[in-house]
Design a protein around this ligand. Structure first.
Ligand code: TYD
Ligand code: MG
Length: 464
């Protein structure tokens, strides 16, 4: 009998080894290696896509194999027809819709609304195509109750409560749906492995099985994945190479807004942001989110500035707050929430050197309101001016927006899509703007006074 092939996989990071060892050399975790059997699923995957490479194939068996290689420009692009998920914000993050044969991972904290969003999507998709929803976490009754409460069309969607991968794949092969949701990948398991459901070896094996089915049948596979305590998707390394598209549904507990963000997408850009509101009628799309994170009802306060950031293909107005306070104890603290910590430290140095403002003996806190994460450098100038505003305890004008990147020599650098950012601000009633000189509009924007600055000192002067 042929010897059974096995390998060892780290349950923390997913690295694999031929032999057991006490510590994972990659992530340094102790005692996390679990044995996995390279069963038909794992070894079978090696031969997928290598037509004719059967075990006994002789060298001559490959003659003419190159005929399968085609010139890039001759490849028919119609082979990639997308179809809409029926939810515009979801399509936007997917890069324009679902691609047959692709695998999409939807991640998020428990309670983020993954099951709700996907149930709504699937109920509507089922009207036009074969759709199957496999729930491993909730019972069929629970899902049915939710669907009834949300008033969803329930007459077409096929439901299945199952966690065993062999049964799931058998059902998929029989039913051949055009779209299938597996909620969640962490509860699916195979009897072939002894490790617990949710462990890296189980997740990896089951996901490989499902994605292979998707590729071969052209079914769209949507996997739901939970985020672990440290904020990463369970077994991200394991799933990374298997899936085509990874999106994250995020939201803070105290906010009803949820953002859907692409992290990896083989079929489109990853910088798109979809916005939803969790309401008593389920997840509702927010199609015009540019000002939802802006609360203009509260009293104006020093240390607050409004900036225009660019998310994917559209502008978003967000408020940034800074608090500069006498250091309480020990080293001054620099805390950034929703912004990059290192960038804050860098900007404070620029402020000292080129703006003449020394906050070395002060605690500095910065926060982006509404739980938005800003990764763009266009927030630099607004952050600096918010800090100055807090330090001097002077309000910034309430009808002013600010954007621009700040360089190490105190220069204000232009950012992409300046004109669109200004128009969006004007649309929301802003009357003044401080922008980089490179972003000064070519023609005046009605009702908007634009101050174009080239240096930090000019921006500070504009405040006086
Ligand atoms: P759920 O979709 O079950 O989250 P996940 O699958 O990501 O774990 O969403 C559950 C949360 O959403 C729960 O806290 C209740 C809330 N919710 C509403 O506020 N309104 C609704 O209509 C529904 C269905 C859920
Ligand atoms: Mg759920």
């Amino acid at each position: 009998m042929a010897k059974q092939k096995t390998a060892f996989v780290c349950n923390e990071c997913g690295s694999d080894y031929a032999k057991w060892q006490g510590q994972c050399s990659d992530c340094r975790a102790w005692n996390t290696l679990a044995e996995i059997r390279l069963g038909p699923a794992a070894t079978g995957s090696r031969s997928v896509g290598r037509a004719g490479s059967g075990a006994g194939a002789s060298r001559t068996g490959f003659a003419g194999a190159l005929a399968g290689a085609r010139i890039l420009k001759d490849i028919d692009l119609d082979e990639l027809p997308r179809f809409s998920s029926g939810v515009g914000e979801f399509d936007r993050v997917l890069g324009g819709g679902l691609v047959p044969g692709s695998a999409v991972l939807v991640g998020g904290n428990p309670g983020a609304g993954k099951s709700t969003l996907l149930l709504q999507t699937m109920c509507h998709l089922a009207a036009g195509m074969e759709a199957l929803y496999i729930t491993g976490e909730e019972s069929l009754q629970q899902v049915a109750m939710r669907a009834r409460r949300l008033g969803l069309p329930t007459d077409k969607l096929r439901m299945m409560s199952e966690t065993n991968i062999e049964t799931i794949v058998a059902a998929l092969e029989e039913f051949k749906p055009r779209v299938v949701v597996v909620d969640s990948i962490q509860v699916v398991h195979t009897a072939e492995l002894s490790s617990a459901p949710g462990s890296v070896s189980q997740v990896r094996e089951c996901a490989a099985w499902l994605t292979r089915f998707a590729k071969q049948s052209g079914t769209v596979l949507v996997l739901v994945g939970h985020v672990t305590k440290d904020g990463s998707l369970a077994g991200p390394k394991v799933l990374e190479h298997l899936i085509d598209c990874s999106i994250l549904l995020e939201g803070t507990d105290d906010s009803r807004f949820r953002t859907l963000r692409g992290q990896k997408n083989r079929f489109g850009a990853v910088n798109e942001l979809g916005v939803f509101a969790m309401t008593d009628a389920g997840m509702r799309e927010v199609t015009n989110p540019s000002a939802i994170f802006l609360d203009r009802s509260t009293e104006p306060a020093a240390g607050s500035a409004v900036m225009v950031v660019w998310e994917g293909t559209r502008p978003l107005l967000v408020e940034i707050q800074a608090l500069v306070d006498d250091r309480a104890l020990g080293n001054p603290r620099r805390v950034a929430v929703g912004l990059e910590q290192n960038r804050l430290a860098m900007l404070l140095a620029v402020l000292h050197r080129h703006g003449g403002l020394q906050v070395g003996d002060q605690d500095v806190f910065a926060n982006v309101v509404g739980g938005v994460k800003v990764l763009e450098t266009s927030a630099d100038l607004a952050l600096l001016l918010a800090i100055v505003s807090s330090y001097r305890d002077r309000l910034l004008p309430r009808d002013m927006v600010i954007f621009g990147e700040v360089g190490l020599s105190g220069e204000i650098r232009p950012v992409p899509s300046g004109q669109e950012r200004l128009s969006e601000a004007a649309k929301h009633g802003f009357k003044r703007a401080i922008v980089p000189r490179g972003n000064a509009p070519k023609s005046a924007i009605p009702g908007m006074e634009v101050m174009a600055v080239a240096k930090l000192s000019e921006a500070l002067d504009a405040l006086d």
